[in-house]
Design a protein around this ligand. Structure first.
Ligand SMILES: [Zn+2]
Length: 1065
């Protein structure tokens, strides 16, 4: 088999314990990077901190270089379309079918400005699935088969209906109606183009790259998407989805020969002579020498009509950078904009010129790196001041350099992050893949830049030698330009930034007519199209609309469905010996031998997280002994249920003030640097949860736990420093900074506005929950739609009556920071936990308030007035809607059966996907079911419809009660739900999750019962869910975030209780 491949290079990446081999498939020209992780590869050495490879999450990915030539969104539409059926798997959506019943932990696709990536990860936790390893390998290979078939042989290139559905099409049901555009990507991008932040990001990129592929939008501009023809689309696939233009990646502990064999089956159908991979080479944008400016508009409400955005943007290179230079640039980014105390970030927020920093600093995942920074919420007459401030600040950095303490903090933070390699629930192998591809796709070595130790050591040596590394970088990249040779790294970085002439100042002007004009131009364009059509053309559009709808509504044929190699009912013993790695379409007996996993093979037991609960000097200390590579994860919490409800919305401001105003003898800058130098980071977060009743009963929603946590991490030896920082922050934070409070509030308001437009579904969901439970109500008043008004009034108070606000903040601190309120949660290796004990004891004794008796906690439940349940609409500047509807599916006192998680998941991947997304044209349709509170809601995302979507929700009950669910589909749903429950987590995530369960009273027995019930799910449970939904239909109420026009249209003909109460946001 290996003779089909030529071995190009081998590498051992000590930093990740990864053995890699780069092959070229001889016949097709495809390049394949195989990464093997095994226990022998474990990193060893004398580093302070070294990553331990304990990773059973296998990853596969294929990446094509797909530079677009226009903004029709062809790469993005193709990304969606190849997932809609292929040669061997001729169903409408094999991936949705796979999602239903696979144990995959990641299945997605991404369109970049120059490439398209299809990654999948599948879990194979040996200790957990020991007996069924072979099946999980099979699951992984099944996924790969479907992916390869999809990208190389998609239905989309022969059936124009796929592009119509995923990209765009004319919709017309009868000749008298106006013509309209429909399509999933079309609506997805309308959502993107409604977001001022996204429009700004796009404007910056297009301004910086006037001459190469980055100057157009690979995602698609809604006004250009309808220019895409099927011929161009089909050709784009032919040109760029050839193996010779691909980069294929494997990561895991499975045997390499088997990987190569599986691939060869697909690749050997192609000849490299038929492809021209050089044609997709990304061309460098030549650097200009003189700065210029660029102006665009964005949608704004009347209230925000004087709030401009301004950013300064640089292109940083037009030749490749060295690994050391890239690392230095990342550290420079942290020095300039990494946190609220970083030089440029601080200068901008302190200036009071705008409400919130935009731009995000360094971006280095494309061929050329860029740097972008600015402010939003800027008064028109102050716009040029922002530009001057940015340039002056950089000039100062170039002249004076950075303080040693600042460099030490940024360097330590970068080093900690590299070594910890904590990707949370995101598969590590995928993170490595994205890093590899970022060089590989530009024809550079995929692995050489994954070695970070050498450049890190070199950089440290340069700094130790006193080289003004960063200062020079700023000068060269941002201040001057063009003469980059022979300049010492850091000082030079600053210098470079300063000297760089390829700089564009982007101003975004608010336009209150933007939405109306965009809609009007679409309408008149469609009118013109219709007017130019003959009767025959119109008949054809009507017929095509009907045909597409019929195809979308049709069920896949059973024999087509049977091709999906999902894990399904099978005979364990028989199949164990047969592990075919591909499905042969000519041999029906091969299909029958698809490796199968049945429910009986899943582990019946929950995954337990170690937990020990102790008391130290009267304080509860919870510990989780979990391997952590020598890092201590410490969460220090204070009970906040004593805070009066009227003060609860201030907790967000309070928690940011803790870390962003300085503490004790340290000012804000010193504190931030101290944290960066001594730890891997400290942040503040809150935790609320509704307590469960015994036996899984939904308890009264009035019983809520609430904590504010400072969560930090450090290498074991730095435990005392970490805890000392936490103590200083909670007891001595300088809350008395009026200016900082105003800045934080302005920024919070700006973020909230942007977030409601971009993620309206989350706010609709929060709003629904706030009508039924105290926990939902707390979330709503502190971070939901109603917090918009609160933030405004607190901001006014901060400006007009600061002493009063300060007194309230001080009172919060005095009431919560006492030893009686303290709770400590620690996660790490047993030795790390043992070593931390003395420091923990010292810490506890340093917190005042011992012996003051039980703090009397106020009664939130009595104080709270839950939001009334009625249909509500929240009008924002947008071209799409977020439609939510829901209520109480279970009452307090009832027990929620575990099986309902299976049904709810089934609705997300089935009924709602098919009706809201595929047929409705929304980007997403899903539901939320909270088994702790018994609440259920339907939600849609970037939805062109409103009333129609509500009808789909209302029809869900009847759908479930009349559903005839085949046994194999039931089984798939169960397997998928088990996969969700077992998704991988990092050590710190496990420790915090376990704490939350402990606090709300969810025992392992409860979890085991739920798992047992999930595994025992029957078709009756689907009907029972349907009956519950039917009862809910009459009491459920909507919460919609959308355009005013859509809400007004939906209100026509609605009266009384049925009508939406519309609020402008
Ligand atoms: Zn998309």
């Amino acid at each position: 088999m290996q003779s089909a491949y030529e071995l190009l290079s081998e590498d051992f990446i000590k930093e990740y314990g990864a053995r890699t081999a780069l092959y070229r498939h001889r016949k097709s020209g495809a390049e394949v990077l195989s990464v093997q992780i095994d226990d022998d590869n474990k990193n060893s050495g004398a580093e302070v901190l070294s990553v331990q490879i304990d990773d059973d999450n296998k990853v596969f990915g294929v990446t094509f270089r797909t530079p677009p030539e226009d903004s029709t969104g062809v790469p993005h539409i193709l990304e969606h379309s190849v997932l809609c059926g292929s040669r061997k798997f001729p169903v409408k959506e094999p991936f949705v079918d796979l999602l239903k019943g696979s144990l995959q932990t990641f299945l997605n696709a991404f369109t970049y400005p120059d490439r398209t990536c299809y990654p999948v990860a599948s879990q194979n936790t040996k200790d957990f699935y020991n007996l069924i390893n072979v099946y999980l390998d099979a699951d992984f290979y099944n996924l790969i088969n479907v992916y390869l078939d999809a990208v190389l042989f998609p239905r989309a290139v022969s059936d124009p209906m796929v592009m119509q559905q995923e990209g765009w099409h004319y919709e017309l049901e009868n000749a008298s109606e106006p013509l309209s555009y429909k399509g999933v990507v079309f609506n997805e991008m309308k959502g993107v183009y409604s977001s001022p932040d996204s429009l700004h990001g796009r404007a910056c990129q297009q301004a910086l790259f006037p001459d190469n592929t980055y100057g157009v939008d690979s995602g698609g501009d809604p006004s250009a998407i309808p220019d895409l023809t099927f011929d161009y689309f089909k050709n784009f696939h032919r040109r760029f989805y050839h193996p010779a233009n691909s980069r294929i990646y494997f990561y895991g502990d499975d045997p390499v020969p088997k990987r190569l064999e599986l691939l060869d089956e697909y690749l050997s159908e192609f000849d490299r002579a038929d492809a021209d991979p050089a044609a997709s080479t990304i061309q460098w944008q030549k650097m200009r020498q003189e700065p210029w400016s660029y102006t665009e508009t964005f949608p704004a409400s009347e209230e925000a009509s004087k709030q401009h955005m301004l950013s300064v943007n640089w292109l940083l290179n037009d030749t490749p950078m060295s690994p050391k230079e890239k690392l230095a640039l990342n550290i420079l980014d942290d020095l300039l904009v990494g946190n609220s105390a970083a030089t440029l970030q601080k200068a901008l927020t302190d200036s009071g010129l705008g409400s919130s920093v935009i731009g995000g600093g360094l971006s280095d995942e494309l061929l050329q790196a860029t740097f972008s920074i600015g402010l939003k919420g800027v008064a028109p007459e102050k716009v040029s001041d922002v530009e001057t401030l940015i340039l002056d600040t950089l000039k100062k950095c170039a002249e004076e350099g950075f303080e040693d303490t600042a460099i030490a903090a940024s360097l330590n933070s970068a080093e900690f992050e590299l070594r910890e390699f904590n990707t949370g629930s995101f598969p590590r192998g995928l993170s490595l893949m994205l890093g590899a591809v970022a060089n590989w796709v530009y024809d550079r070595s995929p692995t050489s830049e994954l070695h970070f130790e050498a450049p890190l050591a070199e950089l440290k040596a340069d700094i130790a030698n006193g080289e003004p590394v960063f200062q020079n970088l700023v000068k060269k990249l941002l201040v001057e330009n063009g003469h980059r040779q022979g300049v010492p790294v850091f000082q030079n970085l600053v210098k470079k930034l300063h000297e760089n002439g390829h700089r564009v100042t982007v101003e975004m002007k608010p336009d209150t007519k933007y939405e109306a004009e965009t809609e009007e131009s679409e309408r008149s364009r469609l009118e013109k199209v219709k007017a130019s059509m003959t009767q025959q053309d119109i008949d054809e559009v009507i017929a095509a609309t009907e045909k597409l709808k019929a195809a979308q509504a049709a069920e896949d044929a059973p024999e087509a469905k049977a091709t999906i190699p999902a894990l399904s009912i099978g005979d364990l013993d028989r199949n164990i010996k047969k592990i075919p790695i591909a499905v042969d379409e000519d041999a029906p007996e091969a299909k029958a031998s698809i490796p199968a996993l049945s429910i009986g093979d899943l582990d019946r037991n929950i995954k337990k997280i170690p937990i020990a609960v102790d008391e130290v000097s009267g304080v509860k200390v919870v510990t989780h002994a979990i391997p952590s590579s020598g890092i201590l994860y410490a969460d220090v919490g204070v009970d906040i249920t004593g805070v009066p409800l009227s003060e609860y919305p201030l907790l967000g401001l309070f928690s940011r003030m803790l870390l962003e105003t300085g503490a004790g003898s340290m000012d804000r800058v010193e504190l931030t640097r101290h944290i960066g130098t001594q730890t891997g980071g400290v942040y503040c977060t809150s935790l609320t949860g509704t307590k469960m009743g015994g036996g899984g009963v939904i308890a009264s929603s009035d019983d809520v736990v609430g904590y504010l946590f400072l969560r930090g991490k450090a290498v074991s030896a730095k435990t005392p420093e970490l805890l000392d920082i936490v103590r200083t922050v909670v007891t001595e934070a300088r809350l008395d900074s009026q200016q900082r409070a105003i800045e934080i509030l302005k920024e919070t308001k700006a973020r909230l506005d942007a977030s409601i437009v971009g993620s309206g579904h989350s706010y609709a969901s929060m709003r629904i929950e706030s009508r039924y439970t105290l926990e939902g109500y707390l979330n709503e008043i502190s971070g939901g739609i109603s917090s918009v008004e609160t933030v405004k009034s607190v901001l006014k108070m901060a400006e007009d009556d600061w002493p009063a606000l300060l007194a309230r903040l001080e009172k919060i601190r005095a009431s919560i920071v006492t030893r009686n309120n303290l709770l400590i949660n620690l996660t790490g290796d047993q030795e790390v936990l043992d070593a931390a004990a003395p420091a923990i004891s010292n810490f506890i004794n340093s917190i005042p308030g011992a012996g003051e008796g039980v703090v009397s906690h106020s009664n939130w439940a009595a104080e709270a007035n839950l939001i009334p349940a009625r249909n509500e609409g929240f009008a924002v500047q947008t071209q799409v809607n977020y439609v939510g509807k829901g209520g109480r599916l279970f009452q307090p006192g009832e027990v929620v059966p575990g099986s309902f998680q299976v049904v709810s998941r089934y609705l997300r991947t089935g009924y709602l996907w098919d009706n809201v997304r595929v047929m409705g044209g929304a980007y997403g349709g899903f539901c939320n079911f909270n088994p702790m509170t018994g609440l259920f809601s339907f939600l849609s995302y970037r939805d062109p419809n409103l009333a129609k979507t509500l009808d789909i929700y209302d029809g869900c009950a009847d759908y479930l009660t009349s559903l005839h669910l085949p046994a194999d589909e039931l089984q798939m749903s169960v397997i998928g739900a088990v996969g969700d429950m077992d998704s991988p987590q990092s050590a710190d995530q496990k420790g915090f999750m376990s704490l939350k369960r402990h606090l709300i009273g969810m025992s392992d027995e409860d979890r085991q019962r739920i798992r047992d019930e999930v595994l025992a799910t029957s078709t009756d449970d689907f009907k029972a869910f349907g009956d519950r939904l039917k009862a809910l239909n009459s009491s459920a109420r909507s919460a919609v975030v959308g355009s005013k026009a859509a809400l007004e249209a939906a209100n026509q003909g609605r009266e009384g209780d049925d009508a939406f109460h519309v609020h402008d946001i």
